[in-house]
Structure formats: C-alpha cells, structure tokens
Design a binder for this molecule. Sequence first.
Ligand code: CDP
Ligand code: MG
Length: 763
Amino acid sequence: SSPLPPSSGPAPPTSPPRARVAARTRFPSATASPHKLDSLKRPPPNGTAGSPAPPKKRKLVVFDEEAEQEANEQQKRKAKEEAQRLRPEREKLPVFQGKDAILKGIADNDTVIVLAETGSGKTTQIPQYILRSDTPCSGPRIVCTQPRHVAAISLAQRVSAECGTQTGGLVGYTVRFDNKTSRTTRLTYATDGALLAEMLGDRDLEAYDVVVLDEAHERSLRTNMLMGFLKDIQKRRKERVRVWKAEQAKSKGKAKANGVVANGEADGKKGTDERDPTELKIVVMSATIDAKRFSDFFDRAPVLYVAGRQHKVKIHYAEEPQPDFLDAALKMVYQIHTRYPPGSILVFLPGQEEIEGLAASIKSFLPSLQKEYPHAEELLVTPLYAKLHAAEQAKAFLPSPPRTRKVILATNIAETSVTIPGVKYVVDCGLAKEKRYHAGTGIDSLVTESISQSSAKQRAGRAGRETDGFCFRLYTEATYNGLEKRSQPEIQRVSLTFAILHLLASGQDDVFKFSFMDPPDVESIKFALLTLIGLNALDKRGKITPLGRQMAQLPLDPVYARVLAASFIEGCPREMIDLVSLLGSKDQLLINTSSTRDAANAARQKFVHRTGDHMMLFNILRAYEELDGKDERKQWCKDNFISFKAMSSVLDARKQLLERAQRLKLGDPDASAGDEAEPVLNALIGGLFANTALRQEDGSYRHTMTKQLVAIHHSSTLHGKKAPAIIDDELVLTTKTYARGISSIEPSQIRSKAPSLFGSSLK
Ligand code: CDP
Ligand code: MG
C-alpha cells in the first residue's frame, strides 16, 4: 500500500468571526439538559466547501526566494555540524567495535541474529552501517521495526540528526497514524504493526532489501507474526531472484549468439522505476536473551554477540518475604541513600499507581530525613511510565543536579527499552503489570504478576551500565528460584482477533498451520475465529468476507473496524471517526495523577454527558475545536487537565482514518447523526457487542455473552449511576473485574444491534 501522507495540524479556521460566535457550542453539564449532542463543526475535508479559502500567501520578489534558500542552506550546515558533533559519541558505542563483523555476517548469510545489551547502539547504529555498505546490494532500502510507536519516531529523529539530514529525508518513520518518509528515504523506522499493514499491499515487502527486526526479545504479538511471514517471504524472493537470473543468463546468451554486445542497456531496466528483484536480508536484534530460540526458528542462523560494557552487579535478596513491597521499597531507598555512595537509584514497580504511591511516601519522609541526616544529599524523585507525557518522562533522563541523588520510579519500560544514565542501584519489587487475556471469557485485562528470571536479570543489569552497581531484590532467593525462566510472549497472553484476521487477509488460509516462533494456544485461535464470525469478518465456515477484508485494511483493532463499518449503516460515520480517533489516545488524553484528580474532575464536569464516557470524549473534542490558535488551545488543555499532545494525535488519527475510509469506499464519511447519541451507541454495540452488560437486581452488571460479573470503575462518569445496561471499551481486573470507558444503553438496543450475540455459536 502507498504510505500514508504526513500528518499536519488542524485546518485553519476559515469562517468570519461573527459566524463563529453565533455557532459556539454550549456544553451540556450534568444538570443542565445534557441530552442533546450538538452537531460537529469539523472543517470540511479540503477546507473549501461553504467557506472562502484563506487568501494565498503572495509570492514576492526573487529576493524572498534567495532568503529562503539561504535559510535552507544554513539549516543544512547546522545539521551537518550536529552530525559531526555526534560522531565521536557514536564511535564509543560497543557495536562500533563489531561493525565489520556484523556487516560480514549480513553479507554471508540470509539471516543473522545480533545480540547486545540495551544501550550498545544496536538500534541507532546497525541500520546506518548497512545503509553505508554494499552488503546486501548497493543502495539498500532498509526498514527497522519497533514494538512501540514513540520509539520509532524518536529513533528516526535521532538517526536523522546523526546523519545530518531532516527526518523524512534519508531516514524516516512509519507508525499507525503518522508517516514521515519520502522518495529519498532509505532507512525507515516502522512499528511492527505498520510493517504488517504494508504487507497487505506489498505482499513480499519488495519496497525493502533488508528488514531489521528490533527488540526481538520482547516477542511482541506483531513481531511474532512478522517473523512467521518473513521466513516465507525470504524463500519466495530467493526463488524469484534465481529464476530471474537464469532468464537473464539465457537472454544474454541469445544476444551473444546473435552478435549483439550485452551491456547495461540490455538489462532493459535502466531508466524505468522498476527494480530488479532482490533477495531479502533479515537481521534480528535482541537484548541478550534467548538467542538460541531465534536461531532455531530461522534455520540455525548465526548469532553475533557484541560484548557490552557491563560491569559487576552485586545482588542482594530480601532475607524473608516482604508483605508490603511498597513499604519495603521505601525502606530500601532510604537505606541506600543514607549508607551508600552517590549514584542514582532505579526502582522497578508494577504501574503508575504504585509509582505515585511511593513518590508520595518518599516525599513525606523527606523532612525527617533531613533532620536525622543533615549532611545527606537531596533526594529527587522522577517517575517514568508509558502514559506519562514526554516532558515529564524526559526528566528521568537528565543528569542529577549537584549534591542530589535521583530516584527513578519506573515500570518495566526501563527494563529493555531505554537506558537511563547514572544508575548505580536497582531496587526490584519483582512484579510487573502485564496484559492478560482469557480466551473463553474474552477478557483482556491488566494484572500485576511476578516477573520471570530473565526480566529480573535484565533489571539487575541496569545497575551496571557505567560502574559496578548493586541490585536489591525485594524478594527472597527462594522466590527467585521459583520464578519462570522467561516471560510469556505477548502472543500467548492477548486476544488474537487482530492477528487471525490479518493472517486470513494476507492469504494464509489455514491459520493453525502458520509458523509462529511462539505458537499461541489453540483455544485462543478458535475463540478469535468465533469472534471474527460474530463480527461478520468471516463467514460461518471461517472464510474471510468482503467486509473482513475492509476491516483488515483499517488501522484499527477488528472490533473498532467493525464499529466504524456499523456507523455507516447507522448514519453516524462522522461522529464515529471522531470517537475512534479519541479512543486511540484515550490513555494519554485525560491527565489523571492522584494529586490532581479532584481538580481535574471538577474542571471536566462541564463535558459530562448523560450517556456516559464516550459522548463526553466528543464534547471535549468539540470544545477544543471551538478554540482558535495553538496558544489558546494549549492553555485550555492545561486548565482542563487534557494532554495537548494527545489531542494533536487525535486530530492526526482522524485525518488518516477519514482518508482510509474514503479510499476503502465505505460510504460517505461526512454523513452525520447530528445531535443524536443513539446511532453512535448503536454502532458501538455493532462491534463491541461482547462488552455489553445488563444490570442485575442486586445492582451489579453481568456481561451478556460471558455472564461475567463486572462493576463500574470509579473513573467512569457513570460511577454510582443506575444504567439499565452498559457498554464498555475496557475491562480491568484488580480485586474484581471493572468496566472502564462506559456508556449507558437500553437492553432493547443490545437485542436489535448485536444479532450475532443471540443464536450464533457464541454463547
Ligand atoms: O538499541 P540499543 O539499546 O543497543 O542502543 P541504541 O538505542 O542504539 O542507543 C545507543 C545510544 O544512543 C544510547 O546509549 C543513547 O545514549 C543514544 N541515544 C540517544 O541519545 N537518543 C536516542 N533517541 C536514542 C539513542
Ligand atoms: Mg534498541
């Protein structure tokens, strides 16, 4: 498929000011008749219909162009200088020593596995080495995959800086709702999902000569799928090159026999865009875990180890089991701070809640610490978790201020995906929040679980990056010995609906035979097939339907692809494109930290909608779009505890979805249900039917399909309200199962809009 166009900000407001005032939306509050939804004032797709186009900037005299050119030149010079400045730093990275060996390995083999510690320079350097070499072919086109889109974007920026070019030039990126590549791009950092999506249009990934599968140790669902596909692609391309070469030899032979001199022109490809077929090189890169499994999967591909600069890490275990790990972590931080030499402390905790809890308790003990140890350094606490916005995350990576010890409270994102400088002490609580999926109930939930031994080793390794370090495990040695050897790969713990639909759309007719490195559970595959039948993506015999093919091409989970398809029938695609875009950034959108929760809820009260959380998201988007200018929008976001960055991602996502819906000819994406919430909720039920629940006599809710009991999460605006039936977009399992992101619906709506729920093979 052709890459998605680069995103841009919202279209400039075009209507005259008076019209804007008259059209200003009022936001229903909880008390004041919150029943009506005002229709959206989204700018028309091309910013033309109905309103005059903004006056074009007049091109002035030649002088202007010269100035522009001068500015461009200056920018280029600056970029080159920056690249020069970064050079020595790059040459100090461990992989630099292995450069020749790595390139030779790639030249001599179809597939190689490269292992090195986090921070060795795998991701930023190795693709550049290949880029500058003639290893697989001259002028190779490279794609390097990442499990997370933030990583793909920031790496493309970093590597562009190292190359002295603009992002989107020589080096670019592709992620789900954003694409910065151009005709000149030769190295693309792509999320594994984006590369899978590209395969729907470019089955054999002919756009690339080298695929670098990075962060392979994470064994994400999509990386696992890619590995299976790539093995076949490599074989097919090898065969194609062999046949092509044989034909070339034959035609050259003929030409010679006819007395024609074979030169470059005889190739017949010069001057056209068509490229000769090339073989595919695969480079698998991983932190130092599980090399043998990768090698076995890729027909015993050679493994190249890059020696890191790992120092000794002394490991201490708890003498006895700790009943309260947060309390134990607090004590540990104090002990280190008062008894051990300077150096940052990295504490691994399961999630945001625990991080906030420990941050608060460390702070509350600061005064007594100062009293008891007046000469101790200051303590600076910096949190680090995925949902934290970028500016806050960045603080964890800054060097400690003078006479200050930094304590970084992190989730497992600090385990393998980032390197934090200055860490000498690691405190490991031995727990992590993991997504777990239960096929049978279809519940996808976040649960706190014990980590594996390989995770524990990775965590300890974070202390030995720069000097010898210490790792304090808040569990006993016996507990450690009882841990699983390695973590369970994502493919065995999440819903497979996306994976199975994608396999079928890519022509894999027998999904049970697909070559997965980590084979998923057969029950999960069956459940995914049943779910897809329920969504009408497959027919009763499990064959993909035309609707299923369209769904696979939408950059959405099948459930939401179905929701979007349903919105065209319900007459509300305009609203649904907004809602689905909003849900895509839902975790980052509303800023909720424990200290600001009350203020945030009060500020956002004006957006509350009678039907619940989904329509409230609409109200937020509308209010945002009413504002003119970046500054005003930024301030508004601040006042309402809404992330400006997430809001920008929502607008980007919407633009891309709109274009995709148009390209797939799903219907008129501008059709709107106006003020009505009902059609929107009906369309939601069309895809999320498995997430509907009916209120029971005792006030609890029971899922219609699985009969699972759920409670309304306290973060929902429907918490404490009595809806006859609900639909949720997320379930969280803690002490019980909570539904989060909820709308209130009527039981009759479920019956009429989720026909597959009743009478199909799904019970
Ligand atoms: O992939 P691996 O963990 O082996 O290392 P990398 O991501 O290539 O990073 C190598 C070094 O580049 C790191 O130690 C960072 O100091 C630096 N880097 C950076 O400064 N900014 C980035 N966005 C990425 C890496
Ligand atoms: Mg890396």
